[in-house]
Design a protein around this ligand. Structure first.
Ligand code: CA
Length: 238
């Protein structure tokens, strides 16, 4: 798969960057490589990229901050974050700052390419138009507009990332039904249904933080133990 725009790789470790560039190029992707967050942000202001691969531990401003600033500006470029295996807290923070997926170092190049391909496939789907309708979807104190990736919640306005839009779209169209982890991973992330990943759970945490009055006691985005997740538009009165 080729893309009209290059992939922006932000990685300060030369040998890792070299391996990634080599493999992405072998797949036919163009790569723009920078080694720090400031330069990445400058590039993103002026140029278009299909995807950003963002290392978390960078000289100068951290990967997390880069992510945060971009999402605050409403930039919805797909972001694949690279973290060290021990950085569980960082991974969760990264996803809550708006990264779409993460890979823990050390990862296999095969796994890396699978993730990149899946992310690019999803974003080309979304460029062809979201399957959502044009209307506003309301539940609880929230109103969500999938077509322009925005939501109004009791805390204010939220800019949704492309993956959040895909996930919400699935929940809204399957309202009241249990969606298995496999179904969500496959439809939203394009991953094999048996992929072992915390990404999905972290996304649910994010949605609850946006949309639930009390994220610790969700009433809309429910866990169905051993089966998956279920979205309830109008929870029964308590
Ligand atoms: Ca690094």
């Amino acid at each position: 798969m080729t893309t009209p725009y290059p992939i922006l790789l932000v990685e300060d470790e030369p040998h890792i960057a070299e391996g990634l560039i080599f493999n992405l190029s072998a797949e036919g992707y163009r790569v723009c490589h920078v080694t720090d967050g400031e330069t990445a942000l400058q590039h993103l202001e002026t140029d278009h990229y299909a995807l950003m691969v963002l290392d978390l531990m960078l000289p100068g401003i951290y990967g997390l901050e880069v992510c945060h600033r971009l999402r605050q500006q409403g930039d919805q470029i797909p972001i694949l974050m690279l973290t060290a295996r021990s950085e569980e807290q960082d991974r969760i923070a990264g996803l809550s700052m708006g990264a779409d997926d993460y890979l823990a170092k050390p990862f296999s190049l095969k796994e890396f390419l699978l993730r990149v391909n899946a992310m690019l496939r999803r974003s080309s789907w979304s460029a062809q138009g979201s399957p959502a309708d044009n209307g506003t979807y309301r539940f609880g104190t929230n109103s969500v507009q999938l077509t322009n990736s925005s939501a109004t919640t009791s805390d204010g306005t939220v800019t949704l990332t492309e993956l959040e839009v895909r996930m919400l779209d699935l929940f809204f169209t399957q309202e009241g039904q249990v969606l298995s982890r496999g179904q969500l991973l496959q439809t939203v992330w394009g991953m094999a249904p048996d992929t072992e990943t915390r990404t999905l759970d972290n996304f649910i945490v994010r949605l609850r933080k946006y949309f639930e009055d009390d994220p610790a006691h969700p009433r809309h985005f429910l866990t169905v133990r051993g089966r998956g997740y279920r979205f309830v538009k109008t929870p029964p009165a308590t």
